[in-house]
Design a protein around this ligand. Structure first.
Ligand code: GRF
Length: 191
């Protein structure tokens, strides 16, 4: 699992596995580009291997960064990668090696509200500015380009007139926590 921030989606996956709602899955590795990420602390507390790895740590050398990532993933025998609030682009070599086996959760409806810059509260701000009365969350397969790739699951929620990006984010996150474990199950059952 890759996460950059709070890790509520990591928690949702962890809970789904612990309660046997999500079956045939073992959560063995959490990687974050952010050393202060709560996701890393959450994993450590539960004795899940947690690593702080970033492009910056490798002097912005993308090749070394990619090589290091591929090595860790191979050493840990990872067969499925979940990006849950991971704010960085996955190196192309990793996407190619794990084609069809990288899942991302996006806090809006794709394809309309995706692409470069559409992350964090920006996405919700853009949805609010668009005047759309519906938003939601999307879980999709990662295939190189930002937020592209086959959609696995999507669920909608209403957007209200007085919503702020933060309020809308909370509403969307509830959906993410529900559909991400379900989408993982769908992909795992196919592998
Ligand atoms: C989620 O809304 C995710 O869709 C987005 O970043 C947020 C991460 O939340 N990419 P958390 O770290 O899982 O709490």
């Amino acid at each position: 699992m890759f996460a950059s921030g709070y890790g509520s989606n990591l928690e949702a996956i962890y809970t789904a596995i612990s309660s046997h709602t999500l079956r045939g899955v073992e959560l063995v590795l959490v990687i974050s580009n952010n050393s202060n990420s709560r996701a890393l602390a959450f994993a450590k507390e539960r004795h899940i291997t947690a690593k702080h790895i970033s492009l910056l740590k490798f002097g912005n050398d993308e090749e070394i960064f990619q090589k290091e990532l591929l090595k860790i993933l191979a050493d840990m025998r990872i067969d499925l990668i979940v990006l849950a609030g991971y704010m960085k682009k996955m190196p192309n070599g990793v996407v190619e090696k794990y084609l069809g086996k990288i899942i991302n959760v996006h806090p809006a409806l794709l394809p309309e509200f995706g692409g470069s810059g559409m992350y964090g509260l920006n996405v919700h701000q853009t949805v609010l500015r668009s005047g759309k009365r519906i938003s939601g969350a999307t879980v999709h397969i990662v295939e190189g380009e930002y937020d592209s790739g086959k959609i696995i699951l999507q669920e909608i929620c209403p957007v209200f007139e007085n919503d702020t990006p933060e309020i809308l984010s909370d509403r969307v996150k509830e959906i993410e926590h529900r559909i991400l474990p379900k989408a993982i199950q769908i992909v795992v059952d196919r592998i």
